[in-house]
Each structure stands twice: as structure tokens, then as C-alpha cells.
Design a protein around this ligand. Structure first.
Ligand code: SAM
Length: 159
């Protein structure tokens, strides 16, 4: 599969999974945590799907399209491992983590802290969606919607 095909499949999976979980997240109290604002595409999508919901977005630097920049109160710049730790207890309804790099060694380092951080940001019953698998005793894996291959993007419920 070419990198273009792979990219299209990843974006399609991301959109389908976000649409899938937003139905439930819309009925759950709590903010949304966007780990990896990047260009702001998924932030923009979540804002559209969850109107009025607080979305706090994190990245090491601002590189989003001008149409997709959170207000200053909800944009946190720096290393997510440190910055998002100060939000533990926020009782998020959704944590969306899109910080995989495609490099196994770098992602392995991220996976030493991301699962626990995600679990601690969520309220019980809250949902985590991630491009990297999140193995954690408090995160129960849920099946993806039928259009998404099982190992492409991952969904969990905080028990
Ligand atoms: N979901 C975004 C979108 O739709 O535009 C794309 C996110 S992009 C794939 C990943 C982003 O996460 C990059 O902007 C990168 O700077 C940020 N990132 C990755 N690891 C990070 C870390 N440990 N701390 C802060 N930012 C990080």
C-alpha cells in the first residue's frame, strides 16, 4: 500500500471513529482533551460535532490553520507529558490522542506515559480515542465501528 493510500485510510478511520464516539460523548458531561492539535483538523471536526463543548488542545507548538485555533484559555503549548499532567482530575468526557509518529522507537517512549495520563484525565465512563494502543488496567478496549480495521485507531472506556 502506498503512503498516500495509508494516509487516506488513517484519516477515514479517524473521522469514522470520532463520529462514532461523539454520539456518546455528547451525552456525557466534561470537557474534551485534544492531545496533538497539529493542523487543527480533528479539533475543528470535534468542535463541529460537539457544539458548545469545552475542548482543551495541547501541542508543543502552534501550527494549526487560522480557522482552527482554540482560544488562549484552551490552548496549552509545551510537552504534553508535562502540560497535560497539570489537568489530571479535569474529568474529561473524551481524550483524543493523535501523537503517534510512525517511528516505533519514538512511539515506544510515548507509550511509557500516554496510557496512564489518558486514564487520569478521563472521568469514569469517559472515552479515549488514540492512534496508539493504550494498555492500561483502567482503560477497557471497545470495538471500532465496522468501517475501521481493528488495529488502525483505538477506542477505550475508562472503567
Ligand atoms: N489531529 C491533528 C489534526 O487533525 O490536524 C494532527 C496531529 S499531528 C499528527 C500530531 C501533533 O502532536 C504534532 O503537531 C506534534 O507537534 C504534536 N505532538 C506529538 N507529540 C507531542 C508531545 N509529546 N508533546 C507535545 N506535542 C506533541
Amino acid at each position: 500500500m502506498s503512503r498516500l493510500d495509508s494516509f487516506i485510510r488513517r484519516m477515514t478511520a479517524q473521522r469514522d471513529i470520532l463520529n462514532h464516539v461523539c454520539v456518546e460523548v455528547a451525552k456525557t458531561e466534561g470537557p474534551v482533551i485534544e492531545l496533538g492539535l497539529g493542523n487543527g483538523r480533528t479539533f475543528n471536526h470535534l468542535r463541529e460535532r460537539l457544539p458548545g463543548r469545552r475542548i482543551v488542545a495541547f501541542d508543543r507548538k502552534l501550527a494549526a490553520h487560522a480557522s482552527s485555533i482554540p482560544d488562549a484559555d484552551n490552548l496549552v503549548l509545551g510537552e504534553i507529558r508535562e502540560t497535560a499532567s497539570t489537568f489530571v482530575g479535569i474529568e474529561a468526557a473524551l481524550v483524543h490522542a493523535d501523537i503517534g509518529t510512525g517511528y516505533e522507537d519514538r512511539d515506544a517512549v510515548t507509550l511509557t506515559w500516554l496510557p496512564d495520563l489518558s486514564a487520569r484525565l478521563l472521568r469514569p465512563g469517559g472515552i479515549a480515542v488514540s492512534g496508539l494502543p493504550l494498555e492500561h488496567p483502567q482503560l477497557q478496549q471497545l470495538p471500532p465501528p465496522p468501517s475501521v480495521p481493528a488495529d488502525r485507531y483505538f477506542i477505550y472506556r475508562r472503567v
